[in-house]
Design a protein around this ligand. Structure first.
Ligand code: AMP
Length: 397
């Protein structure tokens, strides 16, 4: 079964054609600068990536058309015809409280996704454009929506409610939703396979540490808490996002510097995090190099990040009454042994013993704790596309 996975942004579109049963990726790539000057990247399995500039892509429709043309191209295509695409899986950022699972897309589902637009105004409208563009070109192919928020819909009210007047929840849907759900779901399922135990018997702490970062407490395969909140600004400090801060800071800075709320949010979303703190970069590779050269702010940004991750690990062990494993995934989690070591240092009291030699690994599944470690520490590369394809195949059947 071949599944086309689409992740549509406002001016970009990532795609992958894969077989979820064999996990074979037939082709993948990226359309960028849609509506501007159209850049197209296409990488068929086993061949060099093909890159084209100035491709006419005024809308997402032309972008999807370029993807389909490339997939069936007589020279570099990977399938004979579009009929070999059995279903399309769309990443949708926000499913609100309506979607606790992936769903087959119908007119009613489209309307319900549109109702979630106010909760993710930068992302959901772009996801919807991607779905409509595919529907226009492949009207008889089943389409599935896979939501970033769905996995976290199992959180109990004590975890998802904010201590705000209740009416803001009732009338305005203000609550913790959480994001990166597809990634947390995938790595926790892989963790159960690596540990050789049913997921129902495991308490897992999943650390998705990338440019955007979140942690999830997953008890028996169900998310019971997560660090991102109503928006992806909450929780850990990130590349350029501040994470949790005292809400009172907003009033103080806005008054002092005559900023309006949009200017303030721009600072919190785009100028904060490890970049804001280090005055160096949002990229952990740059922080490590700068810290090694004696840049104190870069060192502080790294320490602050690892400290906050460690605090969430402790909090989630408390929330679940223990932990069987801590999982590291995404760009930083998969590649940065220094950050992983900083997070685990001092957690010996709760049974976490990182093994320095095993931790010297990048980008592949590995147990990186000592054999005597009561709590296992796992490195698991995330694979959101595969998770989307698996859900899509199951629903399309
Ligand atoms: P993601 O959002 O999951 O794609 O992660 C991207 C981030 O991963 C980058 O901004 C870097 O901070 C981090 N990263 C990628 N490669 C490495 C590496 N080799 N060492 C440390 N951090 C890395």
């Amino acid at each position: 079964m071949n599944i086309l996975v689409i992740n549509a942004g406002s001016s970009s579109l990532k795609y992958q054609l894969l077989n979820p049963e064999t996990q074979q990726v037939l082709a993948k790539g990226l359309c960028e600068r849609i509506g501007i000057d159209g850049k197209f990247t296409y990488k068929p399995e086993g061949k060099e990536a093909i890159k084209e500039a100035d491709v006419a892509m005024p809308t997402h429709n032309e972008a999807i058309k370029a993807v389909l043309d490339a997939l069936v191209d007589s020279k570099n295509g990977v399938i004979g015809s579009m009929k070999e695409i059995d279903a399309v899986g769309h990443r949708v950022v926000h499913g609100g409280e309506k979607f606790a699972k992936s769903v087959l897309i119908t007119n009613e589902v489209m309307a319900a996704i549109e109702e979630c637009n106010p909760l993710a105004p930068l992302h959901n409208p772009a996801n919807i454009i991607g779905i409509k563009a595919c529907q226009a070109l492949m009207p008889s192919t089943p389409m599935v929506a896979v939501f970033d928020t769905a996995f976290h819909q199992t959180m109990p009210a004590a975890a998802y409610m904010y201590a705000l007047p209740y009416e803001y929840y009732e009338n305005d849907k203000v609550r913790r939703y959480g994001f990166h759900g597809t990634s947390h779901k995938y790595v926790t399922q892989r963790a159960a396979a690596m540990l050789g135990k049913p997921i129902e018997e495991l308490k897992l702490i999943s650390c998705h540490l990338g440019n955007g970062s979140s942690i999830a407490a997953v008890d028996g395969g169900k998310s019971v808490d997560t660090s991102m909140g109503f928006t992806p600004l909450a929780g850990l400090p990130m590349g350029t996002r501040c994470g949790d801060i005292d809400a009172g800071i907003l009033q103080y800075l806005m008054n002092k510097y005559s900023m309006d709320i949009n200017q303030m949010l721009n600072v919190l979303n785009k100028k904060s995090g490890v970049e804001g703190l280090s005055c160096v970069s949002s990229d952990f590779r740059d922080l490590e190099n700068a810290a090694a050269e004696g840049n104190e702010k870069a060192g502080l940004a790294q320490k602050k990040f690892a400290y906050e991750v460690k605090k969430f690990v402790g909090a989630y062990a408390a929330a679940m009454g223990g932990a069987d494993a801590i999982i590291f995934t995404a760009g930083v989690g998969e590649n940065d042994k220094v950050v992983r070591a900083m997070v685990c240092e001092g957690l010996e009291y709760m049974g976490v013993e990182l093994d320095a030699t095993s931790n010297d690994v990048r980008g592949k599944e590995a147990v990186i704790s000592a054999s005597s470690s009561k709590v296992k520490v796992l490195l698991i590369p995330t694979n959101e596309e595969l998770m989307i394809a698996i859900d899509t195949a199951a629903l399309a059947k």
